[in-house]
Design a protein around this ligand. Sequence first.
Ligand SMILES: [Zn+2]
Length: 322
Amino acid sequence: MSSPLDRKECYIGIDIGGTYIKAGVVSTDGKIWAQRLQNVQHENLNVLMKQIVAIIHELRQAGASFQFKGVGIGVPGLVSKKKSRISISPNMPYLNGVEFKAQMEQLLELPVWLENDAKVNAYGEMLMGAAREVRDFIYITIGTRVGAAIVIDRKIFQGASGYAGELGHMGVDPEGKKCFCGGTGCLERYVSAPSIAQRVEERISLNPTSALQIITDRPITAQDVSAAAMVGDKMASVIIGEVGRYLGMAISNLINLLNVEKVVLGGGVIEAGDVLLRPTVEEVKRRALSPPYDDCKIVSGSLGPSAGIIGASLLARDVLTV
Ligand SMILES: [Zn+2]
C-alpha cells in the first residue's frame, strides 16, 4: 500500500477576477488535473470566503490521489509587499484592508500565498506560456478591470510597497471620464469590458442597422461587441477600434519607458483577437519610438483563462517551498 508521501505533490491555484473565480489542481510541473469556474459571489467577505473554501474542498476531493502542498490565490486588488493583506480592491471593496492570507490559512489548514491577479497570470505565461523564453516583458490583462505586471529579468517587479503594475489607472485623457479611483481619464475607463458595454449603450439608438440591436432581452456585453466586430458590424468595429487606440497609446508609453521584449495580453476582452489586436498594434507603431518598437512583440497570451490558475499554483510552489 502506498503511503501519503508517495502521492504526487500539487498546489491549488485560484484566480479571482471581477466576474469569475477560476480554480484548479496543478501538479508541480504545471499541469492542470482538475478545474472549476464559477461566478464570483459578490455579497460580502464571508460569502466569498465560503465560496472559495467550497471550491477548494471540491478540488481536494477531485484530486484525492494528490498530496496538497499549498494554495496560491490571485486577487483583483493591490496586495501588500508581505503578500498578506489586500490593501485596496476597487471591485470588491469588502476586501479592503483584509488580512486575507491569514484568514484563508486558518480556514483551509494549508499554506497560502497571496498575489495580485495580473501578477499571477504573468507568472503563468512566464513559466508555461507566451513569455517562456523572455527576460523582460509586460503582461496586461483586460477584463472587468485592467491590470498589469512588469517582469524584469524574469522577476515580477513589485515596487516600493508591492503595488507596481496598476496600469488601469494610467491617465490617457486629462479631460476624460471620471474613474472610481478619484482620477480622470484612466485607461480602465476606456478599454475594460464594462466601459465597452457602456460605449454601446451610449450609441446604440443612433445606429439602427447595428447587429447589436437584436439583443434586447439582456444587457449587451463586451463579448457581444467583439463578436459583432468580427463579422464586420460597423458600430462594433468602430468601438473596438477606439479601444485598440487607447490600449495602443498606453502600450507605446510602456515600450518607450521599459524597452521590453514582449507585451503579452490576456483577459476576456483580448479574446476578441485580431479585430482588437490590429488597431492596438497600429497605434503602438504610430506612437512608440522605432528602435524599442522594432524590438518588441505584442502578442496574446498562450494559456488563455488557465494562465492565472497555473501562475497562482506555481507561484505558491516556488514561494512556499523556499
Ligand atoms: Zn482610475
